[in-house]
Write a protein that binds this ligand. Structure first.
Ligand code: DC
Length: 195
């Protein structure tokens, strides 16, 4: 069975949490595509050329601490480079169409990686709510976290290559006023309806 759930949306909207919960519930493989860009960003911070890093990416690169703000910022920068995106494309497409079904979360899954996905969700929330979630997770200064979230959203949405935007046929899930179980239940309902 090929069955793809594409989950896109801005940083800290709840994509990862929803993706993991759906993967467990429906027994689908899950890929956090942001990790690929974070791994390339981390290698760039270590002085490597990002295009070469993307072409040479291996599973070991996806372990380690990739959750920091510095890595997120570097990831968003390298993600605007067309050759970096091209180098990561085939792996993501193959994952999306793997036998048994898959869930991918990112920015361009429903628009570029897998426009034929059976279910497309665009998970979003207000910048303030997302910044508060990030701040609770990582600590630091709330205003600085909010400024970083807004800056990253802008870069991810305004780039020419695969910008962040909902696919025309995506279900929009605004989680600003939702608890995690509520958001997961709504997403699960949409997946169930297509299975
Ligand atoms: O989802 P995340 O915060 O881990 O993603 C980090 C950065 O990677 C994000 O700011 C933009 C980029 N990214 C992307 O361009 N395309 C994806 N499919 C996933 C992430």
């Amino acid at each position: 069975m090929q069955f793809t759930v594409a989950i896109d949306g801005p940083a800290a909207a709840g994509k990862g949490t929803i993706a993991r919960a759906l993967a467990e519930r429906f027994r689908l493989a899950v890929l956090d595509t942001g990790l690929l860009y974070r791994a390339v960003g981390a290698r760039r911070l270590a002085g490597e050329d990002p295009v070469a890093a993307a072409r040479a990416l291996s599973p070991e690169d996806l372990t380690g601490n990739l959750r920091s703000n510095a890595v997120a910022e570097a990831a968003s920068q390298v993600a605007a480079i067309p050759e970096v995106r091209a180098a990561l494309l085939d792996f993501q497409r193959a994952f999306a169409r793997r036998e048994g079904g898959a869930i991918l979360d990112g920015r361009d899954i429903g628009t570029v990686i897998c426009p034929e996905a059976e279910v497309k969700l665009y998970v979003t929330a207000s910048p303030e709510v997302r910044a508060e979630r990030r701040w609770k997770e990582l600590g630091g200064d709330y205003e600085a976290v909010l400024a970083e979230v807004i800056k990253r959203d802008r870069r991810d949405s305004e780039r020419t290559e695969a910008p962040l935007r909902p696919a025309p046929d995506a279900h929009i899930l605004d989680t600003s006023q939702m608890t995690i179980p509520e958001a997961v239940a709504e997403a699960a309902r949409l997946v169930q309806a297509r299975l």
